[in-house]
Write a protein that binds this ligand. Structure first.
Ligand code: C2E
Ligand code: MG
Ligand code: MG
Ligand code: MG
Length: 294
């Protein structure tokens, strides 16, 4: 094994390592350039009331309008941005732009059912010095009210360095913004632990929702999480609802909010106000049937 290609293997390894390093450096440079040249854009995905599909909020989702590669989703760059630290600049741009856009909708459509915009916050962005100050500044600059903002953090953030995170979360609470745990169920935190944190909303990960119609265990698990969350005064948003049956099952469990392709894909900003106005409640009969299955 070692005799024939030992040296060549080592050299190949070195050169692969070099290539990977160069690619990381290029990516890093490109990301910082993209911030400067304002190549990031936002789409907004509706979050609805399961009972009548009325839109209550929207989640801001970042995309990179790459000059050569076209429109790129977070899958292509968020990890690299997190590694290189560029996510702090990108995240602060997202925060400011989401609030600016939302404040504009609220002033242009006074009767809108939209109550809040949800913004994803990366671990690194949250841990950067003065995150609460960034939020305060972004609110002031946009004229948005604190209650219009929901910040989505992940379980992994809460599990490490809990004291500092807790202090920062309390500072955010004092400003008046709400906190959601995103992708709940993919990490290792427990509900009772989370309850010790100033958290308002639980977003149940899509992987939990996928099987509820086909697995009794999965259905029972989600049902239990919803009940326990409510007893702990946490609102629940089910993520990744793709079928009418999932909506009905979650509604029957008492889960109040949902998000997913069944209701709407992420939208360009221009399409949001119309979507928020055109909502039509499910027919009453449909709702009654749903209730009876419980
Ligand atoms: P997330 O925060 O859990 O956002 C939900 C993701 O699920 C979005 O993907 C959305 O398009 C997708 N999705 C929603 N409904 C459905 C459905 O019914 N079926 C399927 N298959 N997918 C659905 P997206 O936009 O590609 O974002 C992926 C992840 O990237 C986000 O997951 C979030 O973790 C991260 N991300 C997005 N924007 C930002 C941001 O501004 N900052 C940070 N730090 N992360 C972000
Ligand atoms: Mg999210
Ligand atoms: Mg999520
Ligand atoms: Mg998710």
């Amino acid at each position: 094994l070692a005799k024939g290609n030992g040296k060549g293997g080592w050299q190949r390894y070195q050169s692969d390592l070099h290539t990977a390093m160069m690619q990381r450096l290029e990516m890093r440079t490109a990301l910082y350039e993209a911030i400067e040249q304002e190549q990031f854009v936002l789409q907004f995905q509706p979050i609805v009331e399961l009972i009548d599909q009325k839109i209550t909020g929207v989640e801001a989702l970042v995309r990179w309008q790459h000059p050569v590669r076209g429109l790129l989703g977070p899958y292509h760059f968020v990890e690299a941005a997190e590694e290189s630290g560029a996510i702090v600049g990108i995240g602060n741009w997202v925060l400011r732009e989401a609030l600016r856009q939302f404040a504009q909708w609220k002033t242009e459509h006074l009767d809108t059912t939209l109550r809040y915009v949800s913004v994803n916050v990366s671990v690194r962005q949250f841990r950067a010095a003065g995150f609460a100050d960034q939020v305060r500044d972004a609110l002031a600059a946009s004229g948005a009210r604190p209650e219009w903002l929901l910040l989505e953090i992940t379980e992994s953030l809460v599990l490490k360095d809990a004291d500092r995170v807790l202090a920062e979360l309390k500072a955010l609470r004092e400003i008046g913004v709400r906190i959601a745990i995103d992708d709940f169920g993919t990490g290792y935190s427990s509900l009772s632990y989370l309850r010790q944190m100033p958290v308002d909303v639980l977003k149940l990960d899509k992987s939990f929702i996928d099987d509820i119609l086909h697995s009794r265990q999965q259905h029972a698990l989600v049902d239990a999480i919803v009940t326990l969350s409510h007893n702990l005064d946490l609102a629940v948003v089910a993520e990744g609802i793709e079928e009418a049956g999932q909506r009905a099952a979650l509604d029957a469990m008492g889960c109040r909010y949902g998000q997913g392709y069944h209701f709407a894909k992420p939208l360009w900003p221009g399409d949001v106000p119309a979507m928020a106005e055109q909502y039509e409640p499910y027919p009453a009969t449909d709702r009654d049937e749903t209730r009876q299955t419980n």
